[in-house]
Design a protein around this ligand. Sequence first.
Ligand code: IPD
Ligand code: CA
Ligand code: CA
Length: 262
Amino acid sequence: MLDFAIRVARDAGRILSDRFGTRIDISHKGAINLVTDVDLASERLIRDLIADHYPRHEVLAEEGGLGEMRSEYRWIIDPLDGTTNYAHGYPVFCVSIALEYRGETLLGVVYDPCRDELFTAERGAGAALNHKPIRVSETSDLMQSLLSTGFPYDIKTARLTNLDHWSNFAMNAQALRRDGAAALDMCYVACGRFDGFWELNLSAWDMAAGALIVREAGGRVSDFSGNEFSHYKPEVIASNGLIHAPMIEVLAMSESRKQQGL
Ligand code: IPD
Ligand code: CA
Ligand code: CA
């Protein structure tokens, strides 16, 4: 099934790279939340391939939601993670595919067609970049860490916006990045390019594959309080493990979280 997922991610990635920089149809799901005809074409292809090979499996994908089939196997798909980047011609985006069995993630594949980088993991079998094993970084000092995050699409109206976390981390880390594709952010933690990542209000399709890849690369994934991670819950910290506790401390500084009793 990992080989199948890799094939599907590469095929979908080809759609993204073929259409990149050409005329695309853009519509709005919200004030700043875009969807393009390329998101839809990529998702169509992935759903069709799964339906051909595993017709009884369940599919949860960003644009079409949960399909009609019910099964203990669930494919969780982001057909284009980084849509805003894509629509602006900023070459940071990917396809993310995970497979869950009875609620446990069995495998994750994230493919970046711009760099031809394929991140993969199988539960209990480690993580890889282009089929070579990867490991998280060894940075143990938050002040020496490169961190990444993102901002939710409801930033203009939500009470919890991530802006206070951003400024708290800016004062407590070496540097921060906001690259605009959460699945790739997590893979960059897995291969040691980033030391840590945090975000709120993500969805299962943004995190399912990336979280397994981080864990299988020796990293740690939790919610903002250090509790067990679920890709169905909105908070995620993914780190090399060594800076996890200090990241939790910085997240606890947030005044807006305290006001919400979190
Ligand atoms: C978005 C990206 C972004 C994150 C957003 C996500 P999309 O996914 O992963 O980095 O900050 O919260 O929704 O919409 O490009 O698939
Ligand atoms: Ca996404
Ligand atoms: Ca998407």
